[in-house]
Design a protein around this ligand. Structure first.
Ligand SMILES: Nc1ncnc2c1ncn2[C@@H]1O[C@H](COP(=O)(O)OP(=O)(O)OP(=O)(O)O)[C@@H](O)[C@H]1O
Length: 319
């Protein structure tokens, strides 16, 4: 983005979460969560609604105190060392944050001045399409504009670690791409980016490392490639015209062999995962014929994060 890069003398990981437990009353929102975020990378915390992503992020940002376990950001305690940490992190809260009557550009310029190596404010506001609404008081901006201002605020100081909660929720495709590019450029400058998302394509496209969480627990970690690879692993989606007869997943698995995993998604759709290829596709088609099941669609695709999540939890990420 510009020529500034962070000194590499401080080698503490960007974030270390160790055995974090967070509850709201009886509800366990984060359950013994441990994860590490390396420096100079984009890390996605991916999970469905209610998985505990925001609670985890807010604890890293120092807004919540760990009820059990520990959190460190740049080797510091986000609550006890808040004063030292704040100038070094950027935060975009879900829903944008609130600066009521202040004009967007005034606020952005003000935040930029507080930092030693800020991004160019005009460039940032142009890229995020804020030029037209820069003189509008924050509270009068639309929800989408407030979200973009929130993102600009988090990025403008070019902090060492940026936390962004669902940064592209509700953005149109072009702004989504711009946001992704901005985050990639920050990474190029050595900034560590931690983002939450429930968009699998966002995680897959953007992240160097993904932590998948579900019901407050870490269920998988790795690069997009590590998580989705498996040599010849592929998936076949079978959607049929009428509900499957009882015992269909077991019967189909028996027809396809041990290495294949069959997951029933709903009454009329099944997912076949494993070393699936065109011949597996032919076997599925034959099984349909033998069991008087009429396929509406039968597709072979490479394994993606959605499939990984489904395999681990038996549920779809999007639900
Ligand atoms: N202030 C609160 N009071 C009570 N329960 C809460 C509160 N905040 C979150 N929860 C619950 O804790 C769980 C985790 O919520 P959290 O917002 O951390 O998840 P999330 O993965 O960020 O979800 P989303 O993608 O919907 O924002 C959810 O079941 C949620 O309903």
């Amino acid at each position: 983005m510009t020529s500034y890069t962070w000194p590499v003398s401080d080698t503490a990981p960007a974030v270390v979460v160790d055995g974090l437990v967070m509850r709201y009353g009886d509800k366990v929102a984060v359950d013994e969560l441990s994860l590490t975020v390396g420096r100079g990378s984009i890390t996605a915390v991916l999970g469905p609604n209610g998985a505990g992503k925001t609670t985890t992020l807010e604890t890293c940002e120092g807004y919540r105190r760990p009820q059990r376990g520990t959190v460190q950001v740049l080797g510091l305690d986000p609550v006890k060392d808040r004063r030292d940490l704040l100038p070094r992190i950027g935060v975009m809260l879900q829903g944008g944050g609130a600066w009521s009557g202040v004009r967007a550009m005034e606020m952005l310029r003000h935040v930029a001045k507080l930092h030693a190596h800020p991004l160019d404010v005009e460039m940032l506001s142009d890229r995020l399409g804020l030029a037209d609404c820069g003189r509008t008081p924050y509270r009068r901006l639309s929800g989408g504009q407030q979200q973009r201002v929130g993102l600009a605020m988090a990025l403008v100081g070019r902090p060492e670690v940026v936390f962004v909660d669902e940064p592209t929720a509700g953005m149109d495709p072009q702004l989504r791409r711009t946001t992704w590019e901005l985050l990639e450029e920050l990474r190029g400058d050595g900034v560590s980016v931690v983002l939450t998302t429930h968009y699998m394509d966002e995680a897959e496209r953007l992240a160097d490392h993904i932590h998948i969480i579900d019901r407050g627990r870490l269920i998988a970690s790795g690069s997009p490639l590590e998580l989705t690879r498996g040599g010849s692993t592929a998936t076949i989606r079978l959607v049929v015209t009428r509900p499957f007869p009882p015992g269909s997943p077991e019967s189909l698995r028996a027809a396809l062999g041990e290495a294949i995993v069959v997951t029933q998604l709903d009454d009329v759709s099944l997912l076949v995962t494993g070393p699936a290829d065109a011949s597996t596709l032919a076997k599925v088609s034959r099984w349909c014929d033998e069991n008087q099941v009429l396929p509406e669609s039968l597709t072979l695709g490479v394994r993606n994060l959605e499939d990984v999540f489904l395999q681990l939890t038996g549920r779809e990420l999007a639900t």
